[in-house]
Design a protein around this ligand. Sequence first.
Ligand SMILES: Nc1ncnc2c1ncn2[C@@H]1O[C@H](COP(=O)(O)OP(=O)(O)OP(=O)(O)O)[C@@H](O)[C@H]1O
Length: 306
Amino acid sequence: MPAVSFQNVSKTYRGGQVKALDGVSFDIAQGEFFGLLGPNGAGKTSLISILAGLSQASGGRVEVLGHDVVGDYAAARRALGIVPQELVFDPFFSVRESLKIQSGYFGVRNNEAWIDELLHELGLSDKANANMRQLSGGMKRRVLVAQALVHRPPVIVLDEPTAGVDVELRQTLWQFIARLNREGHTVLLTTHYLEEAEALCGRLAMLKQGRIVALDRTSDLLRGRAATMLRFKTDDTLPAELQAQARVTGRIVQIKAHDASDVEALLAVLRAAQCRVEDLEIGRADLEDVFLEIMQGEPAQQGVTA
Ligand SMILES: Nc1ncnc2c1ncn2[C@@H]1O[C@H](COP(=O)(O)OP(=O)(O)OP(=O)(O)O)[C@@H](O)[C@H]1O
C-alpha cells in the first residue's frame, strides 16, 4: 500500500476558469523521501491542501495509507504530519502547552518524553516555557515542525519549510527529518531550494501548470536530462547564437554542452566573437539545470550548432 496516492486529481477555481491541477496521478511509497517541485503557480499548494483535507479536489481521489482524505478524513489526517508554509500559531500559549494541546487534538496522551525529544532535536529546549508571542520567526517555524510531529505521524509533509530560514535551522531540521526518514517515516517535501531537493529526495515529481511533467528518481533525472555545463564569467555581450541557449545570472554564464567537442565548439564561437572569458569551468549539470530545461520545455538533446 502506498503512503500517499494521488489518482487523477484535478482542481479548478472560480467556477472552472482557473485549472490549478489537471489530472495529477502518482504514488509515494512508504519510506520514500519524495520531492514535489514546480514554479510559482504550478499547483503544489493546491495539491498539498487537498492531501491535508483543507480543500476538496474537483475530481479524482487522494489516499493516505489507504485512507481516503475525504471519506476517511480523520484516519487520513492522523497519518499525516503537516508543516504548513505560513506561520500560524496561537499566541496565548507557551511552546510546551501548544504541543500538549496539539497532542490532545490527535487524542495522544502521556507523550511528554517525545515532546522533550522534539524540543531537544529542534533546538527549542530553552524556549519550552516561552510564550509563542515572544519567539522569533525562525523559532516559531521550529514549533510548527514540532507540532506537526507530536503524534508521530507515519507521513510527514513539509510545504516549503525552509523559506526564509537561516542556515542553522535548515541543518537542524534536515538532520532530524533525515533521521525520521531512516526510521521509516515517509517524507513529502515541496521546496524552491533545488539544492535541498537534490541532496535529500530519492524521487522527484515536477509540476507545471497543474500537470506532472517529470517523475523519476533524482539520480536518473540528473543523468538522463541535462549533461555537462560550461560555466564562465564575462563582461562582454554573448554572441547571438549562444544567447538563446545560455543561462545568464549577472556576469555568470552557463551553457549546456554534451561532450568535449561541444565544449570546443562553444569556445570557438566565443573566441571568434572576441568574448573574453574568466573563471572557466566545466561541471556536471545540477538539478537547477534539469529543472529549467524541463520547465522551459526544451528538447532533451540539443547541441551547439556552430
Ligand atoms: N483560492 C484560489 N482562487 C483562485 N485561484 C487560485 C486559488 N488558489 C490558487 N489559485 C490558482 O491556482 C494555481 C495554482 O496555485 P498554487 O498556489 O497551487 O501553486 P503553487 O505551485 O503552490 O505556487 P507557489 O510556488 O507560488 O506557492 C495558480 O494559477 C493560482 O493563481
